[in-house]
Design a protein around this ligand. Sequence first.
Ligand code: G4P
Length: 286
Amino acid sequence: MTIQWFPGHMAKARRQVTEKIKLIDIVLELVDARIPISSRNPMIDEIVSSKPRIVLLNKADMADRGITKEWMAYFKDRGITALPIDSQSGTGIKDILPACKTALKEKFDKMASKGIRPRAVRALIIGIPNVGKSTLINRLAKKNITQTGDRPGVTKAQQWVKVGKEMELLDTPGILWPKFEDELVGLKLAATGAIKDTILNLQDVAVFALRFLKEHYPDRLMERYNLEEIPEDIVPLFDEIGKKRGCMVSGGYIDYDKTAELVLREIRSVKLGPLSLERPEKTSEE
Ligand code: G4P
């Protein structure tokens, strides 16, 4: 899926999300558990300020469990409930409704005291492209009701999808954009596969990823690529990996593009194990 970066698209996306928010009780903000800040829209607080919100750390199966716990504490400190989930397998999904009910208790109690009959919680899933919105909607609805990815230009009436008896979801998620003008955010999004490889230089993304692995996951790097030690500089590290994996061009030189592609493919397919590319104390917000 291509992300459209034009300001006009952003304004439209924001308008559409604002319209949807009027219809619901609670926002389910989906972020990538591996990069919970970089995969958020920077203006999310302002955009959804009128409604309670739960942060869903999706793709938790691909993230470092210990770091995900730190993120949960990070959000808790800021008064936000964050739940780790895996929309593909369904892990953690059952915790969503109880968390929504807790967040909405006051509102629903008030409605009950006014004699309004209890009704299902109305929720909107919101998040940047590729974060797993369609997968989660399908998982919650237990059927294939939305196409994965968005379909620009297609407008249709809002529809509610039932999630058991106590919850209803808008069938089309709210799509927002990440803070792509920040280079580091772009590199993290690209390393996780959230943005297309054609947007950023593949070697730049691989250099970023390898430097990160070298600092935070040196053992996994050594094990995966059979390295006795990790070279200090990045070029010899590329050389080692390229050589070990046969990413060569004629003349015995290393094919850097092929090596970069291999490393990124393996990171994205969890061949180096679950990784978190962002840690609470390392975000630009702090
Ligand atoms: P979107 O609507 O927010 O744009 O995202 P979408 O559901 O299309 O999900 C993007 C990709 O992320 C999909 O993979 C999807 O299967 C995967 N995904 C979503 N949630 C999870 C999760 O919790 N864990 C893991 N491991 N993967 C998840 P894809 O390769 O683009 O498509 P496909 O091969 O699954 O069809």
